[in-house]
Design a protein around this ligand. Structure first.
Ligand SMILES: *[C@@H]1O[C@H](CO)[C@@H](O)[C@H](O)[C@H]1NC(C)=O
Ligand SMILES: *[C@@H]1O[C@H](CO)[C@@H](O)[C@H](O)[C@H]1NC(C)=O
Ligand SMILES: *[C@@H]1O[C@H](CO)[C@@H](O)[C@H](O)[C@H]1NC(C)=O
Ligand SMILES: *[C@@H]1O[C@H](CO)[C@@H](O)[C@H](O)[C@H]1NC(C)=O
Length: 479
């Protein structure tokens, strides 16, 4: 497979953005992303759960729900697509997730949406999970368009101790260290040793509120509030579990329910702060998840098939809504397809750019806000990698190879599902639709020819927290 560099077009956009924007007061953007939230895991889907605030926002007269909103199968691919506007197979982030001590990052040739929003005059804040590379300065959030970062770099940590373990296979060593950092200046990463015992959901909502309080109201802001919740490990202060008596004590789903209830409270707190500062009316709030839930950790994607780290709908179809008192005047459910690569162009559209497309994504803001599909997404790519791939063409989904977790080799098999009538992927109709399979197979194989070699790398003990006073610090790789 060859690799293509999109550099010239990207640089062009990067430098000329500010010239293409209208002068109206730009709306603030609060993008809230849950981690590993299952499709069935909001209280309007499973009424035993407790998410009253999210429900009030999702069904508000000033809200639009996206009923066919898709993401990638895992954290790093989805976040990479969200930030770059390109499919992970075009960026090199299609396979698995970045681990602690992994000497890699999203290639810097790709500007992030934070870079482009900042070029449009936005103040840009990231609170919570990053997971797009940290081994070197150039990969840090404040080198990628964010003015401020508070959170963690890796795939997971303890919710209270903010510490993570990582096995280094070659040496047999188990590394252990703190992953909680603040960046106030570009590329200046400082560990925060002072938050042991504070639950991350409360910690991050607190930091978000603090950041909003300091924000200069003359500037528009983009805040990416990237919760740790409800990713494993399953941990929650008991006080949040009082809402979860429908589940038996000490069961996984009861703890999961508590974690979700905590996130609901955290989001309510941040929205209240927006109102108190007089920022709410001019803010567009977006809520979604990075991928489906892990069922072995209390999540549910019912009635969809599959889960996190699979190409099935349960790994890739999410609950997504947009809320805006200023631009959305009537509640509605939109059924056109939306994909995570669309956020980049869509957020630039919200920021006032007259833009139809960016990278692999399209600006869906005109459709979301008016219901009139100016541009329609007929096709998208669930993912393409050596292990398994899937693409969508209208009603149809073609899966090539393995759709499940990386336990087996690529089967080389093609499966076809008609999602419009079979959203749970119960019936493989490939045999009866040879022409459709052939057409989609050609499309998939020719797209695969544009793959960029994946940027994953073997772990390195240069990143061992033992060398950095017990933290997963940056500045140790040379790429
Ligand atoms: C959501 O989309 C599904 C198809 O994916 C459709 O069956 C359902 O009716 C839609 N819901 C609404 C409220 O439009
Ligand atoms: C931090 O918390 C996690 C989750 O409870 C636990 O697995 C890990 O051992 C703890 N780390 C340390 C260093 O105590
Ligand atoms: C993919 O690239 C190879 C090598 O350049 C070429 O032979 C093949 O025809 C391409 N496949 C498709 C489907 O475009
Ligand atoms: C080293 O780590 C300890 C906590 O383990 C912390 O209290 C101390 O401030 C750190 N030292 C430096 C120089 O960062």
């Amino acid at each position: 497979m060859s690799s293509r560099r999109p550099s010239m077009t990207l640089l062009f956009w990067f430098l000329t953005l500010s010239q293409l924007v209208n002068s109206a007061k730009k709306p603030n953007i609060l993008l809230i992303l849950a981690d590993d939230l299952g499709y069935n895991d909001l209280d309007w889907r499973d009424s035993r759960l407790h998410t009253p605030f999210l429900r009030s926002l999702a069904f508000h007269k000033n809200s639009i729900q996206l009923n066919n909103s898709y993401v990638n199968q895992l954290c790093t691919p989805t976040r990479s697509a969200l930030m770059t506007g390109y499919y992970p197979f075009r960026v090199g982030t299609q396979s698995g997730v970045f681990l602690h001590m992994e000497p890699t990052g999203v290639p810097v040739v790709f500007p992030f949406v934070s870079d482009n929003l900042r070029a449009l005059g936005y103040k840009t804040y990231l609170i919570g999970k990053w997971h797009l590379g940290y081994c070197n300065k150039q990969f840090l959030p404040t080198e990628r368009g964010f003015d401020y970062f508070y959170g963690y770099y890796g795939p997971q940590t303890g919710y209270f101790n903010h510490s993570a373990a990582q096995m280094h296979r070659e040496s047999g060593k188990l590394a252990q260290g703190l992953d909680l950092f603040e960046e106030k200046e570009a590329g200046e990463s400082k560990p925060d040793f002072t938050k042991g015992g504070i639950y991350s959901t409360d910690l991050f909502s607190g930091k978000a509120v603090e950041t909003l309080e300091k924000h200069d109201k003359n500037d528009p802001f983009f805040m990416f509030l990237s919760f740790q919740s409800v990713h494993p490990p399953l941990q929650v202060p008991k006080s949040y579990e009082v809402h979860c008596s429908a589940f038996k004590p000490n069961t996984l789903r009861r703890i999961y329910c508590g974690m979700l209830a905590a996130m609901d409270v955290a989001i309510a707190r941040v929205v209240k702060a927006l109102k108190q500062r007089g920022l709410y009316d001019n803010t567009i709030i977006i809520f979604s998840s990075d991928n489906g839930g892990g069922v072995e950790f209390g999540a549910s994607n019912a009635p969809l098939r599959g889960e996190k780290d699979t190409l099935w709908e349960g790994g890739t179809r999410t609950n997504t809504f947009f809320h805006s008192p200023q631009f959305i005047k009537k509640f509605a459910v939109r059924n056109e397809m939306f994909h995570v690569v669309d956020y980049h162009a869509t957020l630039l559209g919200i920021a006032g750019m007259d833009i139809n497309a960016y990278g692999d994504g399209i600006n869906q803001w005109p459709y979301i806000s008016t219901g009139i599909p100016k541009l329609r997404r007929f096709q998208f790519i669930y993912n393409i990698d050596e292990h398994g791939s899937a693409i969508r063409d209208g009603e149809y989904k073609l899966i090539f190879g393995n759709a499940d977790k990386k336990s087996t080799e690529n089967t080389g098999k093609f499966r076809l599902y008609r999602i419009s009538t079979d959203p749970t992927e119960s019936k493989d109709i490939a045999k009866d639709n040879v022409a459709i399979v052939a057409r989609m197979k050609n499309k998939l194989l020719s797209l695969a020819n544009f793959s960029r070699k994946n940027v994953r790398a073997p772990l390195s003990m240069y990143g061992d927290p033992g060398k950095f006073n017990g933290t997963y610090s940056s500045y140790w790789c040379t790429i």
